[in-house]
Ligand binder design. Structure first.
Ligand code: HEM
Ligand code: HEM
Length: 193
């Protein structure tokens, strides 16, 4: 093992999301305490949770992909962008879950289900991703290490490729459903009031 070689093991994204979730839960609890009700999805606080959570989810979908594909980019390492991907990919769905007001009817319920699925799939992908050695930058390293490690690596790469084929369409289905929900919710619940 050479010193510049590392296995991706950053937990910063996870820890920061955990802290953010506690903070958001505390605010949610204060609102429940003072209003003596579960915040409705279409009222001020619930709406805000939905909108901010959704923006974080959109950032999750878009930013990492852009950074991954830009060759000339110097802003931030791939590893940091993945940490940020995980942060927004957990905090956004958490806020959206609180936005639901714990009712999961129809399309909005299906959107929530897709949101939960992509988070679970994200954890699985993160696990496979950690099996592949990368530089501190987060870029994959070609190893010349022993035969068994090389074949394990090939397997992890193949698994990650298959995983992409699942994770990405869930994301697309999710955003199609979310945009229809948002359009319908704004039309029926907000504008017609
Ligand atoms: C992925 C993102 C989102 C998910 C998973 C989601 C999910 C939900 C769920 C489960 C409900 C409760 C439905 C029910 O009563 O059974 C709901 C209600 C609602 N959502 Fe969302 N939501 C998301 C984003 C948004 C955004 C961004 C907005 C606003 C721009 C929004 C506006 C509303 C409104 C106004 C309601 C209340 C509808 C009513 O009172 O009938 N949602 N949402
Ligand atoms: C709203 C939630 C999420 C959305 C919409 C989302 C979307 C995506 C997309 C579109 C990609 C493909 C990037 C590319 O190859 O261009 C991706 C990759 C990835 N995501 Fe997520 N994701 C979410 C949550 C998560 C979570 C919670 C985790 C981890 C706990 C995670 C871990 C990963 C990993 C490890 C990759 C692969 C990175 C790579 O191969 O370079 N994602 N995600």
């Amino acid at each position: 093992m050479t010193h510049y070689m590392t296995r991706y093991s950053g937990n910063r994204g996870l820890w920061l999301s955990f802290l953010a979730a506690i903070l958001i839960s505390a605010i949610y609890a204060v609102v429940v305490f003072f209003t003596r009700a579960i915040p409705p999805a279409g009222a001020l606080f619930g709406h805000l949770l939905g909108i901010v959570g959704f923006i974080l989810m959109l950032m999750t979908e878009i930013l990492y992909s852009i950074r991954k594909r830009s060759r000339s980019a110097r802003w931030g390492s791939m590893a940091s962008w993945l940490q940020f991907h995980i942060f927004t990919g957990l905090v956004g769905p958490f806020m959206v879950l609180l936005h639901s007001s714990w009712k999961f009817n129809g399309l909005a319920g299906a959107t929530t289900l897709l949101t939960i699925l992509i988070v679970i799939s994200g954890f699985i992908g993160r696990y496979i991703y950690t099996q592949i050695p990368r530089s501190l930058e987060g870029v994959e390293i070609e190893t010349t290490a022993g035969q068994s490690q090389a074949s394990g690596l090939a397997r992890a790469r193949r698994l990650l490729a298959i995983w992409h084929i699942i994770h990405i369409p869930i994301g697309m289905a999710l955003f199609v459903a979310a945009f229809i929900h948002i359009g319908a919710a704004l039309y029926y619940a907000t504008l017609l009031k």
